[in-house]
Design a protein around this ligand. Sequence first.
Ligand SMILES: O=P(O)(O)OC[C@H]1O[C@H](O[C@H]2O[C@H](CO)[C@@H](O)[C@H](O)[C@H]2O)[C@H](O)[C@@H](O)[C@@H]1O
Length: 333
Amino acid sequence: MHTYCLKYEKRANIESMSNAKFDSEGGQLMLQNSWRFSRQFQDSKANAEAAYAAWIKKHPSALTSFERMMDGAKGKKVVVFLDYDGTLSPIVSDPDKAFICAQRLTKSRITSQLASSAVSSFVKLKNLYYVGSHGMDISIPSEAVKNSSMRRSETDQQGNEVIMFQPAAEFLPIMKKLLLVLREKIRTIKGSVIEDNKFCLSVHYRHVDEEDQDALWQLVEATVGGYSGLCITNGKMVYEIRPNINWNKGHALEYVLETLGFGSSSDVFPMYLGDDTTDEDAFKVLRKRGQGLPILVSSNPKETKASFSLRNPSEVQSFLLCLSKWKMSNSSM
Ligand SMILES: O=P(O)(O)OC[C@H]1O[C@H](O[C@H]2O[C@H](CO)[C@@H](O)[C@H](O)[C@H]2O)[C@H](O)[C@@H](O)[C@@H]1O
């Protein structure tokens, strides 16, 4: 509405209209424009709904399709992989306040970009397996490891016996150094925040003014360019800097299944729930294995390898509740 008024003012000057004429015509024009605006808004809302309706046909809701979906799981071991931000926890403006209601998370594997210790401190459940930093920071309780060739445990920071796997371990000194350098550099850009996720540095720009975002990107790109072997990807209002190695959430999923003794087993039914583009690598692995369920968490139509979808973390919780009820009536899980 404001924009239309300004535009009209400009035209009124050009045409040297009287103030009286300006006022009365201005009011009428504003009405017409506000009607047009609301019509455009309704049209675009209807278009978005139509696009979502078409998309959901290709990626049905994991809630409404639950029974049908779980047919394939009967008699198999169900392994649930859950992304954290945007999947278990809603996206919030402060990353330190991304909490979840954890009561429904039992016997699950959590994959995230956060360091596994960070995810673990958010979730605070012991009988979970944590995977952080894009799958580059894996920690599995020793007693869960079925594959004897992988049983070489160590003690984590909380004193638990775990199998740790960090395929980018050699990058740790570089990541630590880069953290200090970047933290100092981006200090000049108001609203920017850097998060240390061990093998992934996340530079958030959610609170950076739009006109400063390009400068932040230039700064990040130039600084990271000074270090070899790293790459930058763009997430949800965040630049993610990580080692450029051939390892992603899909590899992590395979690694976890391997440690659990399900490497090439047909008795397993893995599910992966994620909202991020980086979760697509895990979806692809499930597709390739021809096993289990890739589920995308999104309220907007998106190009995805997932077969099913859930709209948001609240639907994820409802889904996990259905799953726990299903588990109670199907004892072999
Ligand atoms: O692999 P993920 O668990 O999906 O991690 C991706 C990033 O997630 C977090 O950032 C996102 O969620 C924040 C909290 O809701 C939000 O404030 C931010 O804008 C989002 O990008 C996490 O803080 C990052 O470190 C991860 O890179």
